[in-house]
Design a protein around this ligand. Structure first.
Ligand SMILES: Cc1cc2nc3c(=O)[nH]c(=O)nc-3n(C[C@H](O)[C@H](O)[C@H](O)COP(=O)(O)OP(=O)(O)OC[C@H]3O[C@@H](n4cnc5c(N)ncnc54)[C@H](O)[C@@H]3O)c2cc1C
Length: 427
């Protein structure tokens, strides 16, 4: 059997006494959920319900020391937990229709109701993005309260999992002690590959493949873009400059801020575009989204034509960026001396600045993993894997990835809920 992971356990976390059947050193649960992140905890909150009430029979395991670590650090510690404008169009997948069922059955409004029931104060920051007023820990505490009927084993390594056609058997290592667990249902909720330092592994993919479920190619998403040495020599002095832009990649555009860093380009606009960008392609940056630079410069030529073009650009763009563009493209002379054709040239350059990233910062800093468990092998209503009945896949491990702005957590809640409900209904 393969060795999947090796995070050592040092002490036993508290767990419920009402564990299911214990036979020798084998323990039986109705449902075993691998991964106590956003999707796994949501699923645990619902999978054990019987007749609408929390029941037992659910075990959720994680190799981390605490549940929901990505929730804890998300949104600068305040967790952007959903988006008011959640819509299937904000998700990338080989099958863009797949996410519709779960997102429409457990919506952003359902999650907001839950947040309200737990009296968690929140606010909208921008673009429908909802954040906790106090701390992301409020969301984790809420999920733990909701899944109080389930058993939670932390610091638990998953050594091997097998299926005999009826039951799943998992060899676990808890506090250095091997434990074997059997379950009727197995839920893959170990997320994607982003930020290995935070405990991300490819376990869900390994297990999916083991049970005959197909995978789509994976790549980092919502990640800063990097550039070759020549471009970086130019960009590095601009580190810290931010500008509102419209950025386009792979046929999709975003109007948000772009930030120059010592390693390349970041900021919300760039993170969004990175999910649509493929190696070898260009990204187009409009440095004056929605405002015609040609019209603006022509008007200024009448009112303040004696000033240098560079001075005008310094007014219209961040000064350091304007100076860079002036130097790089030889934008010298007074505005009064610029013909309409010249102004058109300058405006076209700044509305359609073509950049050629050499790559991304990779999984080290990516907020999400694009691709993953092939939705073609999943039932969109239940998240059950067709090639292996009883096996479910939820959250980031699945080939459904949202935009920046609370969409990815909403997918975790919706898909976790869908699987949890389906399991509860058949219990
Ligand atoms: C820095 C950062 C900030 C983010 N901010 C936001 C935000 O504000 N809003 C938003 O919508 N999205 C945000 N995201 C994305 C969001 O965190 C993920 O989409 C979401 O957490 C996915 O939920 P999940 O349950 O599928 O996976 P995860 O939350 O990653 O949970 C997976 C769990 O499985 C465990 N695990 C993994 N491998 C193993 C293994 N081999 N053995 C045992 N356990 C294992 C992990 O420890 C983890 O607890 C952010 C991501 C990052 C990295």
């Amino acid at each position: 059997m393969p060795e999947f992971c090796a995070i050592s356990a040092t002490s036993l976390p508290p767990c419920r006494a009402n564990r299911n059947v214990v036979t020798g050193d084998m323990e039986h649960f109705d449902t075993l959920i691998l991964g106590a992140g956003a999707a796994g905890m949501m699923c645990a909150a619902h999978a054990g319900h019987k007749n609408g009430k929390p029941g037992g029979g659910v075990l959720i395991v994680d190799h981390a020391r605490a549940p929901g670590e990505k929730i804890r650090i998300s949104g600068g510690g305040r967790c952007n937990f959903t988006n008011l404008h959640t819509d299937p169009a904000a998700f990338l997948s080989a099958n863009p229709h797949f996410c519709k069922s779960a997102l429409s059955r457990y919506t952003q409004w359902d999650f907001l109701d839950l947040v309200a029931r737990h009296s968690i104060p929140w606010h909208e920051k921008t673009l429908g993005q909802l954040f906790c007023d106090h701390s992301a820990k409020d969301i984790i505490a809420m999920l733990l309260a909701e899944m109080s009927g389930a058993n939670l084993w932390l610091k638990t390594a998953i050594r091997a999992v097998r299926h005999d056609g009826k039951l799943f058997t998992a060899d676990l290592e808890r506090d250095g002690t091997p434990v074997t667990v059997t379950a009727r249902h197995l839920v893959l909720a170990t997320g994607g590959k982003s930020i290995p330092k935070m405990g991300a592994t490819g376990l869900a993919y390994t297990l999916a493949r083991q049970f005959g479920v197909r995978l789509t190619d994976t790549r980092p998403g919502l990640v800063p873009l990097t550039f070759g040495d020549d471009v970086m020599a130019r960009f590095r002095p601009l580190a810290g400059v931010a500008a509102p832009v419209r950025i386009s990649a792979g046929g999709t555009s975003f109007d948000e801020a772009m930030l120059f860093t010592h390693r390349g380009l970041s900021g919300p606009a760039v993170l969004q575009a990175s999910s649509y960008w493929h190696e070898g392609e260009a990204v187009l940056v409009d440095l004056s989204p929605g405002v015609s630079l040609f019209d603006t410069l022509r008007e200024r030529r009448t009112t303040a034509g004696r000033k240098a073009l560079a001075t005008h650009l310094g007014d219209l763009l961040p000064a350091r960026l304007a100076a860079d563009l002036v130097a790089a493209h030889g934008l010298s002379g007074n505005l009064a001396d610029c013909s309409d054709a010249r102004l058109r040239q300058v405006a076209d350059l700044l509305h359609g600045w073509e950049l050629h990233p050499s790559g991304t910062e990779g999984y080290r800093t990516a907020e999400v993993t694009l691709g993953g468990i092939d939705t073609g092998d999943l039932d969109s209503r239940t998240m059950e894997c067709r090639p292996c009945p009883g096996l479910f896949a939820i959250g980031e491990a699945v080939d459904v990835t949202g935009w920046l702005g609370g969409y990815n957590f909403q997918w975790a809640w919706s898909s976790g809920w869908a699987a949890g409900r389906a399991i509860a209904e058949r219990a």
